[in-house]
Ligand binder design. Structure first.
Ligand SMILES: Nc1ncnc2c1ncn2[C@@H]1O[C@H](COP(=O)(O)OP(=O)(O)OP(=O)(O)O)[C@@H](O)[C@H]1O
Length: 251
């Protein structure tokens, strides 16, 4: 990978001071609950915390960016906000172009429908027309390598089979921006390799890629830019090698 040079291409995702707050659910003792009742239920028994705490980030066309960080640092939350499946509490995200997100295995699939029907459902959710799906159907099924099960209800699929079909549909939507969460990990090695090859191909065609992964060796091969999150804040942003060293100080 050549040394990282900040991109001068147009910005396709602009994130400005983004905050996402969640309620920290923990069980209260009887005494705490009693005091709260005595005080006339004043105050809030639940505590809130910021899973994303003022994140600002510009992502440029054609960049390959890895979101890194320890468990719970906010990576998946950030990806969900970019994809639009979840909204922030403060700040804003502006995105330009068709986004395909592979974020949760099986999300966007209906368990009682067959693989075939889900290709149509998922394709439509991702913005494809019926004729686009008709045109791409054989190629989607071929990529997934699950021809034999295409008329089986997906509730009987293994998680790897879900991933295969979801990935195959997503890459056929011709997205400008491709978001991939850890889910590639559920695919077997040959399929993972095939996905990575496909992702590289998309990237060579100028598509923007954002990947969340703990597989630091894989992201070093795939991305040139690394963004490290710690407790919902960006603590490092730049060359992927520096980002990986941040998480792997001992080498
Ligand atoms: N729907 C939710 N409700 C409440 N808390 C949540 C929700 N989703 C995420 N969180 C919390 O937000 C924080 C960030 O979670 P997130 O899944 O973004 O982390 P992550 O960096 O992707 O972690 P991992 O590496 O473990 O996948 C965590 O403390 C998590 O418990």
């Amino acid at each position: 990978m050549p040394p990282y040079v900040p991109s001068t291409e147009p910005v396709v995702i602009k994130i400005d001071n983004l905050v996402k707050r969640f309620v920290l659910r923990h069980t209260r003792s009887m005494k705490e609950a009693f005091v709260w009742l005595l005080k006339g239920r004043k105050g809030d028994l639940s505590e809130k915390f910021n899973a994303l705490d003022g994140v600002s980030l510009d992502i440029h066309e054609g960049e390959r960016v890895a979101l890194l960080g320890l468990n719970g640092s906010g990576k998946s939350t950030l990806l969900k906000l970019i994809s639009g499946v979840m909204h922030g509490d403060q700040g804003e995200i502006l995105a330009r172009g068709r986004i395909a997100g592979l974020i949760e295995v099986g999300a966007g699939f209906h368990p009682d429908l067959t693989g075939r029907d889900n290709v149509y459902l998922n394709g439509a959710i991702l913005g494809m027309t019926k004729s686009e799906i008709d045109e791409n159907f054989d190629s989607i099924v071929e990529f997934s390598e699950i021809e034999q099960f295409i008329d089986t209800e997906v509730k009987f699929y293994s998680s790897g089979m879900y991933l295969r079909l979801a990935f195959a549909v997503a890459v056929h939507t011709d997205p400008e921006i491709f978001l991939v969460d850890e889910i590639l990990a559920v695919g077997d090695e040959p399929f993972q390799k095939k996905c990575i090859k496909k992702i590289k191909e998309l990237s060579q065609r100028g598509k923007t890629l954002i990947v969340v992964s703990h597989d630091l060796d894989m992201v070093k091969r795939l991305c040139e830019r690394g963004v490290v999150l710690e407790n919902g804040k960006i603590v490092e942003d730049g060359d992927i090698r520096d980002a990986v060293s941040h998480l792997r100080p001992d080498g």
